[in-house]
Design a protein around this ligand. Structure first.
Ligand SMILES: [Zn+2]
Ligand SMILES: [Zn+2]
Length: 110
């Protein structure tokens, strides 16, 4: 996403510390809805709406305020707090989660 980040120019200041230049966006998924994006051109329309669409936080943040949680995935401080609670507690029978994942994985393979 380097080309898009460049478009912030020198005026992009981190939304959290309001001091450092912006060089990443928060990648936390805030919505799983799949809103269609409309274009005049049918080909562009199909291209833009292909596949799963997740709406991400996209808060502009600096290196210092971001926490890297995976390859090219960074979170803002607010969403990092939520991310820490993402794992299921034991009373939800977490071992079943692993078994179901194996089943889903097997079913999805051709
Ligand atoms: Zn910052
Ligand atoms: Zn965020």
């Amino acid at each position: 996403m380097a080309d898009v980040i460049d478009s912030f120019g020198s005026n992009g200041i981190c939304a959290v510390c309001k001091r450092n230049p912006v060089n990443r966006w928060c990648d936390y998924v805030v919505d799983y809805s799949n809103p269609l994006t409309f274009f005049r051109d049918y080909k562009d329309f199909i291209e833009a709406n292909r596949g799963d669409k997740y709406e991400t936080c996209d808060l502009p943040i600096c290196d210092k305020c971001a926490t890297n949680v995976g390859k090219d995935r960074d979170l803002c401080p607010h969403h990092m707090g939520l991310h820490g609670k993402a794992q299921l507690p034991d009373e939800y029978q977490r071992q079943r989660q692993g078994r179901e994942r194996a089943k889903i994985y097997t079913a999805e393979r051709p």
